[in-house]
Design a protein around this ligand. Structure first.
Ligand code: G1P
Length: 287
């Protein structure tokens, strides 16, 4: 199964940092955000990565390709572990497609039609960083394999946050799995059918591609994947899956701070320091 990473966004929320540096390679501690999503995909058994990038994102395109001078430097200084960490990716298959115009997430996916071929495929939005025991994408693949239907990841959000997400409702088929009967991209608060929010992990089937080509603009005057999925639901069952794990929104400044703290609390080399730091701050009455 191939996996698409739509990474063409401008990243205005992180300006000025993102003037020259693509937001997907901003580090969460010492690892670029995109690498968390790629590592989750690798841990889910995927090895064919399609990036939908944009002009100005060259640094992102270079991140997973060999850098001979750096490799030679690490080799000379016997930094084998660091070198292995880089070389792991050299053996995987990355391809890059340019989205020349910012016409939306759905438009970005449509560009991958030829590269995907006629198999089911995965989509991952790196802004959604998910910490879980079993990789989130592996959980979705298991649901796809059981039902052979497209699957979208979900979590419950506070009802007032519904206008920031794709929101769905429908009957449960088993614990964590429901059939999507209603789906709407970024609804007005009064129109949200539930507080079940789409999170950026999907397994889609190639019959989505013709539906992405209607050119119809949806929320934010963009071509939305969600609108094509609503059309797909008229042809076949589409499932929602409440994944196990915790999602962080690294695409906003406050969410980014939360992501950093939680990753630091999870990593063995940073956990104790971060705990002590947070405890100390909690006791500091001047804050
Ligand atoms: C995208 C999707 C939306 C989903 C969200 C999750 O929106 O269009 O349905 O709920 O990701 O992060 P974006 O946040 O890119 O506007």
């Amino acid at each position: 199964m191939k996996i698409i990473f739509p990474v063409a966004g401008v990243g205005t929320r992180f300006l000025p940092a993102t003037k020259e540096v693509p937001k997907e390679i901003l580090p969460v501690i010492d690892k670029p955000l995109i690498q968390y999503a790629v590592e989750e995909a690798v841990a889910s058994g995927l090895a064919d990565f399609i990036f939908i990038t944009a002009p100005g994102k060259e640094a992102l395109e270079r991140h997973f390709v060999p850098n001979r001078e750096l490799d030679a430097f690490l080799e000379r200084h016997s930094k084998t572990q660091l070198l292995d960490g880089l070389q792991d990716f050299y053996r995987k298959n990355f391809s890059y497609i340019r989205q020349e115009q910012a016409l939306g997430f759905g438009h970005a996916i449509a560009l991958a039609e030829k590269a995907v071929g006629d198999e089911a495929f995965a989509i991952s939005l790196p802004d959604d960083l998910i910490l879980s025991e079993q990789p989130a994408m592996a959980q979705l693949i298991a649901v796809y394999e059981k039902y052979r239907s497209p699957v979208i990841a979900f979590m419950k959000v506070p009802p007032e946050d519904a206008p920031r997400y794709g929101i769905a409702a429908g009957p449960f088929l088993e614990e964590r799995v429901f059939r999507i009967e209603q789906l709407v991209e970024k609804p007005a608060l009064a129109d949200a059918p539930s507080n079940y929010a789409v999170i950026g992990r999907y397994i889609m089937t190639p019959d989505i591609f013709p539906l992405l080509k209607s050119g119809k603009q949806g929320a934010g005057a963009e071509i939305q994947l969600t609108d094509a999925v609503v059309e797909l639901m008229k042809q076949r069952q589409v499932l929602g899956y409440f994944f196990e794990g915790r999602r962080f929104d690294a695409g906003t400044t406050l969410g980014y701070i939360e992501t950093l703290v939680h990753v630091a609390l999870q990593r063995e080399d940073t956990r104790d320091f971060t705990r002590r730091l947070l405890r100390g701050l909690a006791l500091d009455e001047k804050l």
